[in-house]
Write a protein that binds this ligand. Sequence first.
Ligand SMILES: *Cc1c(COP(=O)(O)O)cnc(C)c1O
Length: 494
Amino acid sequence: MPNQPLRPAPGDMAPGDIAPAEFAAAGHALIDWIARYLADAEQYPVLSRASPGQVRSALPAAPPALGEPFAAVMADVERVILPGVTHWNHPGFFAYFAISGSAPGILAELLTAALNINGMLWRTSPAATELEQLTLDWLRQLLGLQSGWFGMITDTASISTLLALAAARETQPALAVRSRGLAGRPDLPPLRIYTSAESHSSIDRAAITLGFGHDNVVHVPVDNDFRMRPDALANLITEDRAHGRLPIAAIATVGTTGSGSIDPVPAIATVCEREKIWLHVDGAYGGTAAVVPELQQVLAGVDRADSLVINPHKWLFTPIDCSALYTRRPDVLRRAFSLVPEYLSTTAPDEVVNYMDYGIQLGHRFRALKLWSVIRVFGALGLADRIRYHCALAREFAAWVDAASAWRRVAPVHFSLVCFRYNPGDPDLNDEETDALNAAILERVNASGEVYLSHTKLAGRYTIRLAIGNVRTELRHVATAWRLLQDAAATVRR
Ligand SMILES: *Cc1c(COP(=O)(O)O)cnc(C)c1O
């Protein structure tokens, strides 16, 4: 390149990032915007009314050649993005499991982005590794679990469970799955994992991904309250062994996604101990309730498990993503995944944890900062108060359903989730017609923009779910949902 002076690309911007003063101004404006948005989230329709393609077609198809000010980005956020947002921050969000990214979590997430740490090794940021270990030990204490658990933060419960099941498979080193794989191995028996018919699809996906095969996920029958039947688990394991199949792990759920049911972990642990198989507990939603001292028994027996997942991004006011994976057998998890290429080998002392050794990803986001910040700013009592309040709101709503003759509650309320169904007991309506009626009611309620609820199937029947988990939800929002449901039922029946 003869005589070409080194100079930045054309445009207004100097080389390097935007200037510190400009950054600070945009940042202050953004924080003001966020504060207003969080306070006003209720003003938006909770469920986005965007039609397919609306957001994309409102934006340029090609990137800009010249740099734009950040204010131009924010203008498009308001004009194009917000109408395409379903507002999980809306206090009338009752669908799936409602969540909250609380203020301390949001601020810490900003700081995480600014520090921009990759905590793959202890030495790539000792603070990231050590704060993660400390924060997960704090969370363990809040949950009332014994010491001796190794903790690691992942992005989602799906990945936490996948890692746990990979470790479970590694308890059988004679299979040599790590080195030889599963494909083309007529020498191997089918490897079986057991979970209830009500468990989360992430378990099936983990089994698919890990090569167990979907057919080897055994869905154990549940009782009338949607809890796994330990006697059925024991029988299915015995039957599998008789057919030469190899039981590897059982997954119990504390707070199932459909109904919030709690599998009997102590009895399941007894079966797993006798059969010498790994026990993983999926407490992604319900496990969090154990931060409330009088609800701590929901995790009874979990100290006998090999691994546990809890999602602070679900019901512990931490912005997505933050899932806590615990295991009592970190050596096995490490055996499943550790692989150290030369460029990552360190002479760090043995006592340090290099999180890259315990999972699939090399990169490791500094998520501990936001969870630590949430725990510190709310405190143990503040966290317990908020969860206790959500449970009280759910019980209140359940009482309204129970008192209404045309509505039926279809599952016990253990947490902040209520499952119910419109069923006026009209002899002219069969089950399918009642299902359709409920679907029509739900659609009408969700079109209001005031609340958003979702549905599931329980015992084969269409069931409406109201899940409380937003930090700004109050009794009046739950009352609005109930009024809209009753109005919709009256209209739809006409
Ligand atoms: C939400 C949920 C999951 C999945 O959580 P992700 O973090 O989205 O993967 C798994 N199990 C249960 C019981 C859940 O409620």
